[in-house]
Ligand binder design. Structure first.
Ligand code: DQA
Length: 143
């Protein structure tokens, strides 16, 4: 089974989007870094549309060994994404490039944290690498 890595709204603009907060790597760079870090099968997706992300999570419920998700702004708003994550019986890692706790107060609430196994945030593009390592270790412990 594959490791799913899902990305929410505006992350398709990484590289030029507020680089002082999110860094200069594009999402394609981050995907390439993830692929070179593991031989594990990866399914890497991005969507700006909440319902599409819900569908990707539902697909992961059937097909994934583990899920990494950077829900972007939907982290702080989406009960639909929270409910979809509750369908999963696999490790879920919430990822953020920035450290939301240090930013605007509306970013302090994460609905996703309530469904995730754990969260990695604040390490820039490296948050993805750390998250990937975390799920790979968990999967190794299970086998
Ligand atoms: C983000 C943090 C969110 O608060 C924000 O809405 C994003 C990106 C991050 O990766 O730091 O779009 O998820």
């Amino acid at each position: 089974k594959a490791i799913y890595i899902l990305n929410g709204p505006n992350l398709n603009r990484l590289g030029t989007r507020e680089p002082e907060i999110y860094g200069s790597k594009t999402l394609a760079d981050i995907e390439a870094d993830c692929r070179s870090a593991t031989k594990h099968d990866l399914v890497f997706k991005q969507s700006n549309i909440e319902g599409e992300i819900v569908e990707h999570i539902q697909e992961a419920a059937d097909k994934a060994a583990a899920l990494l998700i950077n829900p972007a702004a939907y982290t702080h708003t989406s009960i639909a994404i929270y409910d979809a994550l509750k369908l999963l019986d696999i490790p879920i890692v919430e990822i953020h490039l920035s450290q939301p706790a240090k930013r605007e107060s509306f970013r302090r609430r994460s609905y996703v944290s309530e469904a995730a196994t754990g969260t990695i945030s604040g390490f820039g593009a490296n948050s993805y690498q750390l998250g990937l390592q975390a799920v790979i270790n968990l999967l190794k412990m299970k086998n």
